[in-house]
Design a protein around this ligand. Structure first.
Ligand code: ADE
Length: 408
């Protein structure tokens, strides 16, 4: 049997919320007649989402949202079972990547689902060709939401888009626990190094950075945080980490991981300051956070020493090791976030699609939050699947919170 089918079955076991939604979608046939164009990392978890939307009756075309994150056995399985038309393969060129996006848009989707903003950008650049049917979209990640907000601000956005990333049941869990664990997983699979006792530099202290810092500390590493935001830096200090500029951290670090969403965070001038043997990786969405071109320029040789681990010998003879060519290592060196946390992210995605189908035509053309009722429903169902009960407020407590007169 195809390995992809079994791996998807395993992911389904870890995604009980999405599976409960699948039953609802199937029973109510919520998506009959709806065409969905998706640009997501093609993983087992995405397959569980695709199967769920298909169970609701949707017609789906899917392409990958990063050249190195596609799991080819998943592509094979989804294609074999005719769940979706899939345009993805691990290791494709940039040209093929954009061709695949075009293929997805050519089904004239009613809904687009994006991770990073590339599908949405191409839709907008070629609106005359592809724009006709789109009711709205969803966006999975921080980088994509930032791009959308910039389109919104400059009045270039043409469809309502739900920022799934901003749901609390998404970014507090997926970004933090998902990125934390999958980044450590990627580093270990690619290098098999011991983390205990190492100086581990985390660039960026958003939700992803927090998760990563805490997991690295849990493995016995000494964590240094690099930040540009005063408040986040202060949080990192009070969470007990050393905080310093990258120029300083460059001298101490054994492992450096960027999770900032910004460009050229680690640059030539920092490579020169680093110790021999350091490991460099990125878990941000795009491969722009480490200046790989700069690293190439100051290197006299380069070779792949293990899968997705390249050794650069720089001019002074030092060797620096780069993971996954600077692309998001948690998906390129490992399998991305564990299914159990993607369960919540993709439950939000599925419910956001349902919301767009029902309400899309009346929504303002803006970047929109996931409705709070959806967010709460995802948390409620997740707790239920974990067998955890919580308290409910008494009538007296509700009245107390609504009353401003009762004080000292
Ligand atoms: N993004 C991060 N991890 C992922 C996963 N496992 N599947 C899809 N998208 C992801």
């Amino acid at each position: 049997m195809n390995k992809g089918r079994l791996r998807i079955e395993w992911a389904e076991r870890q995604m009980p919320v999405l599976m409960s939604l699948r039953e609802d979608f199937e029973r109510e046939k919520l998506l009959v007649g709806i065409r969905i164009g998706m640009c997501l990392h093609v993983t087992t978890e995405t397959a569980v989402l695709v199967r769920t939307l298909r169970a609701g009756g949707a017609e789906i075309a899917l392409c990958g949202s990063n050249p190195l994150s596609t799991q080819d056995d998943v592509v094979e399985t989804l294609s074999e079972e005719h769940t979706a038309d899939v345009y993805a393969r691990r290791g494709i060129s940039e040209e093929e990547y954009y061709k695949n996006i075009e293929q997805v848009l050519s089904i004239k989707p009613h809904i687009i689902m994006d991770d990073g903003g590339d599908l949405t950008t191409v839709l907008h650049k070629r609106w005359e060709e592809f724009g006709g049917y789109v009711i709205g979209g969803t966006e999975e990640t921080t980088t994509g939401v930032n791009r959308l907000l910039s389109m919104d601000k400059t009045k270039q956005l043409r469809i309502p888009v739900i920022a799934v990333n901003n749901a609390m049941t998404k970014h507090f869990f997926d970004n933090r626990y998902g990125t934390g664990q999958s980044t450590i997983d990627g580093i270990l699979r690619a290098t098999n190094i011991l983390l205990a006792g190492k100086n581990f530099v985390v660039c960026g202290y958003g939700q992803c950075g927090r998760g990563l810092a805490s997991r690295a500390r849990g493995m016995g590493a000494k964590v240094i945080v690099v930040e540009v935001d005063y408040i986040k830096a202060l949080e990192a200090v009070m969470d007990g980490y050393d905080v310093m500029p990258i120029r300083e951290a460059a001298r101490y670090g054994d492992i450096f991981v960027t999770v900032t969403g910004n460009i050229n965070v680690i640059r030539k001038e920092h490579f020169y300051l680093m110790k021999d043997g350091v490991i460099l990786g990125n878990s941000g969405h795009f491969d722009v956070e480490i200046d790989v071109k700069g690293l190439e320029e100051i290197s006299t040789s380069r070779r792949e020493i293990r899968d997705e681990l390249e050794e650069f010998t720089i001019q002074d003879g030092k060797k620096l090791y780069l993971l996954a060519r600077g692309r998001l290592l948690n998906l390129a060196c490992a399998e991305g976030h564990p299914s159990n946390v993607m369960d919540m992210s993709f439950a939000n995605q599925a419910l956001a699609v349902d919301f767009l189908v029902k309400e899309g035509k009346d929504l303002p053309v803006r970047v929109l939050d996931v409705p709070i009722d959806i967010d709460r429903e995802v948390a409620r169902r997740k707790l239920l699947t974990m067998g955890i009960n919580i308290d409910q407020m008494t009538e007296e407590q509700k009245r107390y919170l609504e009353n401003w007169e009762i004080g000292t």
